[in-house]
Design a protein around this ligand. Structure first.
Ligand code: GAL
Length: 421
């Protein structure tokens, strides 16, 4: 498994074993309701959750499972609901949180979740979870979540037959994309399907990575890079040009509705994490024939990574049941039930490869060989305060396309809430 060389601003370095706060609790014998909070409601993601739930129910029939899922991709809505509940001291049994700064810079910083070192020891997870990933979910020797998967964000999706019909190929650079997009537009096809604002941030990060390269992107998050540089100006200018080739109704569409435009032949491409593969498969489309994929332009050899993980809240509702859920989330059986449907690969290094389709096995190979960088939109590189400032700047930029003002806002965000502060 690849060693993650990510640059999230955490000083984490857990000692093996460490001093966990939560007890693994032996075999969970209790009963009652286990409430798991997520935003997995779309095709593929809801099905993946259901598959993991089946494993949970087989192993722990004494618990009643409450699926508290709030619709809205990337957790935009769910996380607002969760924040309200936490402010009222009403946590669920467990919630879905992204590995990285979303976890460390937000929930750990606010003392909302408990360390899980004992569970890592008792379940043997220190031997099967990549150390780089453990580092991203740790602080001061404490490990704070159970990663269930690895997702790739920098993927460009299309329908192969449609590209043949339109006489285009997946572009490998953003310059090539702009040429291809002009051709497609000339044929009355929307070049790039996009959805609501978080998907614009998702596109922003892939354009930035594709323009600046992996090292250039990493440097922006550890304070060694310069948000005011000419390279960043060029990348933002490219982003503005790419936005010109997206659908006009983007702000009204969810990520899966944007992906549906590609399925329907109304748009040629969409750039989305590989939960889109779970969505395509939920429509009974087959990888390679029903849908195709390529690295987002300029990102071949780079794996823009994120990981969904589950946490143990302080004052968790039904502690024994919460731990039972976490045990399933971290288990080989749970991960191998969930990920082939979700469109992700297991966080564990011992997943059964034979259960994964041709897209997912290619993702496994890329995860093992590519340079890994962290996602902004999905919680790896920036804490919530910094990310919110960037999100506000993107919102303004979508309206005015003012590159200079956008860049200044990004410089200011880094200085006030980020690594430049
Ligand atoms: C991401 C999450 C994925 C998927 C996606 C769309 O933030 O990590 O698991 O759910 O949002 O909802």
């Amino acid at each position: 498994m690849v060693a993650l060389a990510l640059t999230a601003c955490t000083s984490a370095s857990p000692s093996a074993g460490g001093s966990g706060g939560a007890s693994a609790g032996g075999s969970a014998t209790g009963g009652g309701e286990v409430e798991v909070f997520s935003w997995w409601t779309a095709g593929g993601e809801a099905d993946g959750l259901a598959a993991m739930l089946k494993v949970f129910q087989e192993k722990y029939p004494q618990y009643e499972f409450k699926n508290s899922a709030v619709a809205g991709g990337s957790g935009t809505n769910a996380r607002a609901v969760l924040a309200t509940r936490l402010s009222q001291n009403d946590p669920p049994s467990s919630w879905q949180g992204h590995a990285g700064q979303e976890l460390i810079g937000t929930y750990v910083a606010a003392n909302q979740i408990q360390p899980l070192n004992d569970l890592y020891e008792s379940e043997g997870w220190l031997d099967v979870m990549p150390q780089g990933l453990i580092d991203l979910i740790s602080q001061d020797g404490n490990i704070y979540s159970v990663p269930v998967n690895i997702h790739r964000a920098n993927v460009m999706w299309y329908v192969p037959d449609k590209l043949t019909e339109w006489g285009v190929e997946p572009p490998t650079t953003w310059d090539e994309f702009l040429d291809t997009a002009a051709t497609l537009q000339g044929k009355g096809v929307t070049p790039l399907a996009m959805g609501e604002q978080w998907t614009s941030m998702h596109l922003f990060e892939t354009v930035m990575i594709g323009s600046l390269g992996g090292d250039g992107w990493k440097a922006l998050w550890d304070g060694s890079g310069d948000w005011a540089s000419a390279d960043v100006t060029d990348a933002l200018t490219t982003y503005a040009s790419v936005l010109d080739y997206t659908n006009e109704d983007a702000s009204t569409l969810t990520w899966d509705q944007a992906a549906q435009l590609v399925v329907d032949g109304d748009a040629a491409f969409t750039i989305m994490g590989d939960w889109a593969e779970g969505f395509f498969k939920s429509l009974d489309l087959e990888p390679e024939t029903g849908f195709g994929w390529a690295p987002a332009p300029g990102t071949d050899g780079l794996f823009d990574f994120l990981s969904d993980s589950f946490v143990l809240p302080v004052n968790a509702k039904n502690l024994d049941g919460a731990i039972a859920w976490l045990k399933v989330a971290g288990s080989q059986e749970g991960q191998d039930a969930f990920n082939p449907i979700k469109g992700s690969i297991p966080a564990r290094s011992d997943g059964d490869r034979s259960l994964y389709d041709v897209y997912l096995t290619s993702a496994m190979d890329d995860w093992a060989s590519d340079t890994v960088v962290g996602s902004l939109t999905h919680g790896v590189v920036a804490n919530d305060a910094w990310k919110t400032k960037i999100d506000t700047a993107i919102g303004l930029f979508l309206g005015d396309h003012d590159v200079a003002a956008f860049q200044q806002a990004l410089v200011d965000a880094c200085a006030s809430d980020g690594a430049c502060s």
